[in-house]
Ligand binder design. Sequence first.
Ligand SMILES: [Zn+2]
Length: 397
Amino acid sequence: MTTIFSDISELYTPFERIEDPALVVEDGQITWLGAQRDLPPEFSGFTPVSLGKRGVLPGFVDSHTHLVWAGSRLDEYLQRARGESYEAILEAGGGIYNTVHATQRAGEDALFELAGMRAATFQEGGVSTLEVKSGYGLELEDELKMLRVIQRLDAALPQRFVATLLAHVIPKGWERTAYLEMFCAELIPEVKRAGLAEAVDVFCDRGAFTLAETEQIFTAALDHGLAIKAHAEQIEHTGATQLVARMGGLSADHLEQSRADDWQALAAAGAVATLLPGATVILRKPFPDARTMQAAGVKIAVATDHNPGSSPLYSMVLAMQLATALGGLSVEDALIAGTAHAADALGRPTLGRLAVGSPADFVVVQQERALAPFYSWGNHQIDSLYVAGKKHRQPDL
Ligand SMILES: [Zn+2]
């Protein structure tokens, strides 16, 4: 099936801006893109779909979320707002463990429904692809349950979902080496066998996994043909970024405590630096100097890190706006960070861009100027989201 989209005021690929473009989509994929006046004559017989002289952007790619969770951490949010630290709350047995208990108790259907409602909010905000991590199950069966929920989201909703197995923390009642053994020798092979995730992420930080343990988990992941990435240099500098670079990982995420030598390693390896402004703002931490990082040759992505504790953020537009306001990225570069570079961080380099051969995932903004959403804080200015050339409709859950 062929559809031609016309009456577009301007479009960002996101690497370049095209004025008055037309977009030809066949079976969900872009087969032609250029100025409307250059549309090849073979398409002149088609009745185009008018986008009403509005601006178009690639569908946003949220490359780091923890979308599947149960319970609420509102009380912890209130505690932190009164001045208690995230680390102190975690050490006192709250924080992540709170969500773990609620997620372990919740059934698969309940988790699916909760995550589906959150995904609908992301849809209104123009997000066409979401990476979602496990990591609140901790026990083998509960981790598999979370990953099955992500698989169901991908099958039931029009958005694309990319699942990642997350080594988050050592569960209560487990001895460290026994848990690592279970994770590497049972959980990773089972996830691979069942096709439940594409990558393994490790939370390498104080209170979570050490650098040596991270390397052990990465080795098991690579042995099973899964990609690797890390929560790196968030609370403490651990060296996880350089480990990601050395072992061929997709991305190092957070990087609040990262240094120039970490950036050089990422740039040399071609790995993506994923910045998560929601967590830095909400935890009141300093945001990495994204502009200097970019000048060092690092490919920068921006994501929401949506999670119930440190970043209950539902808006990719806001994440990209914050990357400009706090990290010094230009608006055009923030858009690239939330689309094409984010897709690269997922190992899905055809997503997050409008180009021949890419899926027709795009956002129609409410204004003629396609960058209007970045100028309009707290008001998304998004008209609609198309995934694979189809207008995204609210699913019945
Ligand atoms: Zn995270």
